[in-house]
Write a protein that binds this ligand. Structure first.
Ligand SMILES: Nc1ncnc2c1ncn2[C@@H]1O[C@H](COP(=O)(O)OP(=O)(O)OP(=O)(O)O)[C@@H](O)[C@H]1O
Ligand SMILES: [Mg+2]
Length: 118
């Protein structure tokens, strides 16, 4: 990929990301934690992955210090664009998200999250 040429010394990381994108494209669920020292190139690698997947829907969330006290702030960022599909989730996960986002009253049971699938 064009962007990969600009990422010096990142062939292995780009290959890992290529594999992950390909697996997601084929319908598999994948997670990857990308971590490193400040300025080491994390965002550049994420941009590479996003650039290699124009056919996939990309959702982003960022940690904002002022939102630390807000429950589920990052989850809101991630899920807000897809809330119209809430009804497609199984009952327990639907209930959990509805309560977490203040769409319905209720008590949130943390184990409601287990088994959450797309
Ligand atoms: N492999 C690379 N080859 C060339 N330039 C790179 C590479 N990785 C990153 N850069 C450049 O280095 C700078 C810092 O990269 P980047 O912003 O991706 O780091 P980061 O790990 O996300 O930093 P932060 O921790 O501050 O978020 C950017 O200008 C980016 O374009
Ligand atoms: Mg960054």
């Amino acid at each position: 990929m064009a962007i990969q040429n600009a990422l010096r010394g990142r062939d292995a990381e780009c290959a890992t990301l290529d594999r992950l994108v390909e697996e997601v494209r084929s319908g598999k669920s994948r997670a990857l934690v990308l971590r490193g020292e400040p300025g080491v190139g994390k965002t550049a690698l994420l941009d590479y992955a996003i650039g290699s997947a124009p056919d996939l829907r990309v959702l982003r969330a960022v940690g904002v210090e002022s939102e630390m006290e807000l429950a589920f702030a990052s989850l809101q960022q991630l899920c807000a664009p897809m809330l119209d599909r809430l009804g497609r989730l199984p009952g327990p996960q639907q209930d959990a998200l509805s309560v977490a986002f203040g769409l319905s009253a209720g008590k949130l049971r943390i184990n409601s999250w287990s088994g959450l699938r797309r």
